[in-house]
Design a protein around this ligand. Sequence first.
Ligand code: NAP
Ligand code: ZN
Length: 352
Amino acid sequence: MTAHTTPALSVPSASAPFRQTTIERRDLRADDVRIDIAYAGICHSDIHQVREEWGTSPFPMVPGHEIAGVVSEVGESVTRYAVGDRVGVGCMVDSCGECEMCRADEEQFCTKGSVMTYAGEGYDGEITMGGYAGSVAVSERFVCRIPEGLGLDAAAPLLCAGITTYAPLKRWGAGPDARVAVIGMGGLGHMGVKIAAAMGAEVTVLSRTLAKAEDARAYGAAHQYSTKEEATFTELAGNFDLILNTVSADLPMEDYLALLKPFGAMVNVGIPNSPYSVPPGSVVGQSKVLAGSMIGGIAMTQEMLDFCAEHGIAATIETISADEVDAAYDKVVAGDVRYRYVIDVSTITPTD
Ligand code: NAP
Ligand code: ZN
């Protein structure tokens, strides 16, 4: 097997525009599959990292951890996938496979450190390059099957936005008896609404405006409120069992914790750049929980994909070409996306 080159969208330095270039992928290892990528979603985490909002990032960077495509080649010991299978890859591409967390199917918390799909350091010392590219080689342990009935384009965002919302909704009991609020209806938030509604919960969307109210209803939300209105916080005080916070910016935690019932949980998946500021009484006072959640393991990612197919849900997307990615980043930051940009990677045409 020979080294494999593929078109890719690469950022040479923080906040520089994307370049359409060619990168090299590794020769297949025995347990690798090579995937011809069809679509890659743009997650807000890509923007945080390209713009170094979480600290320094390695460059050049090829982001992308919402990958959907078709298997084009398999390594000699691959058993789970065959050429032609429709598959996806999310935020991780390796882990030790042996530690307590890996054995519990929570590879994201591998004690040796899981390897992120891009801007991560592989166990071979190479910096990983993600899904804004024509192909990728990944161990079959980190590949999920995309069920028939889910389009590859609308399925791509499930590999991050889907699992990141499914995992905490499941863990914290979203279901027929639960009142669940989702703060922020962006890429993660709109999947949170669809998944929580499909789990049977009574869903409320807390958005900055009511501009997305019609969509929220279509996705299964029972109620929508504007977080710009003070009356929202009075009316909803003590109302929710679970709040899923998907916002990428600072929020006044105390105001939102006040919306929980006693014993309720507020789970943060958004990752702003500054510490939470929380008066102790706002959690201690009524035995509330302030929690976080980080993506989800591979087995649960497959479970989520199957759940979405079974319930007929997927991401609501805007498909863009390679030359629209820089503008799309600005639009995501401005909240101007309904609800996930997905790159058609066949439009990447290397200029060098
Ligand atoms: P997104 O599409 O930009 O959605 C974020 C939403 O938050 C926006 O649509 C907006 O909703 C709301 N929002 C944005 N700026 C706001 C502000 N200044 N004040 C209040 N609300 C604001 O982003 P995303 O891709 O869903 O990602 C959201 C966050 O989750 C990012 O920080 C990302 O890095 C993080 N993330 C975490 C994980 C994890 O495993 N924990 C995984 C993936 C992503 P409204 O317009 O409805 O208010
Ligand atoms: Zn993501």
